[in-house]
Write a protein of this length. Sequence first.
Length: 530
Amino acid sequence: MAEIVDIYGRPLSSSKLQNEPQTARIASLHSRWEDHPSRGLTPAKLAQIAEQAEQGDLEAQNQLFDDIEEKDGHVFSEMQKRRAGPLQFDWSIEPPHDATEREKKNAALIEQIIRDIPDLEDIILGMMSAVGHGFSCQEIATDNGDSGWYRDGSFWSIRSVLFRPQTWFQVPYDRQNTIHLRDNTPQGSPLQPFGWLTHVHKSKPGHLARGGIHRVLAWLFLFKMFSIRDLSEFLEIYGLPLRVGKYPPGASKDEKSALLRAVMSIGHNAGGIIPQGMEIEFQDAAKGASDPFMAIIQWAEKSQSKVINGQTLSSDIGNVGARAATETHKDIQHEFILVPDTRQLQSSLTRDLVFPITTLNGLLTAGANRCPRWRFDTGETDDLALYADALPKLVNIGMQIPASYAHDKLRIPLPEKGEPILSAGQNSLTPQQPDQTPPVTATAALRRGDREHNPPSDMTALLGRTAEPAFLKMMGPVKELMARASDLGEVRDGLAELFPTMDAQDLAETLTEGMLAAHLAGRDDIEENL
């Protein structure tokens, strides 16, 4: 294959894709052990770790972020929900705007190639780890050190993608939004084109080192751990009654030691022996309460839930109005967290997955702006029952509603030509049949007395169809009023003003003509029966 370039214009020969991955040449990365900076964490130490990250050394900060999720079950639980959010959406590869037939076929082929990639859901979850850390990097490689790219017949595809810990990366001191691989040099090594799936998640504004929400959670984790430690000490000191041993005068040193051992162990072992003549008394524990410690812990966990998922009710349900409040918070979470997360993710997938596969397989018909794009379907289905009740009423008052609008709102695709469709009053699918009968103009049929198409028993229905245009014209101002009105009171007042000015002349003429036609048809029937 000829020389190719990535989405940034960097050249890459296709022969290099099957060579060893970039990390295979840096042995120090694979032998690096975690330092667990959460041990002995203090406010001063946390501030130092954050400052080092801002200067380009991300290792300690990302190790701390991993510790937070391991040691704080509440953070882990909430982060799992956040990371798994995009998995609930269907996705597709969409051709560019105003796509040609060739571009549409290419997009369908690319989608099939991507759907055949193993463990695609794990790849998405790996990219979503950027929510906490600010970025994530996954290498197109295999466990045995080979490249993850391969040719399947005449097409390039991916056999394996491996998640790489954030501790393997750094940012250059002069480019704070650029990810480099740690290679024991001050600046690090730029990531190899077409060798990585990267995702920079902008949870909060700022440079890459400050973009992850774990920067906020780190302080809450620190305060929470202090409170948990203090609560543990409180329970150890005040949770057990005070034990006092009494020995008689003249007791020997050994007798005193035996009594002391019994006093110290009886609280845990619930049993012990002491010399005769000695005794142990249990005193009430000193007055104290755990409420202050629990208040700080609960405050920290509620704040963590707000930071991660924008609400608390999905993890901490109260007693009053829980369901209604949770539904409200769910809507807010969908609009302001889940959908923005997913849209950020689809941009990274387009850049690092769709574009390389499109380019390597020679399916890019023009520049990078004509590349197909990854799209998640983040829309929600509106209430079917509500629309089924409202749409007929709106149509009956004259509103002109396109069928495509209803299909879009209800997430129901329009049928393809010849595709089976559900028919009213049947329990099975019937093929869609195009209507081959030319339409009969109701007004013309009424005026010429077309008895074949319009027998007298159908005159009422025919009159309704004939009068429809005149009725819609008369109701036009009403339709405009309903479109701009904000409540029923405004509709009521507007109708009172519109009524004297409504033009009913065309409708009156149509009704008069219909009455005349009905009268003549009736006389014709009488003459036939005589």
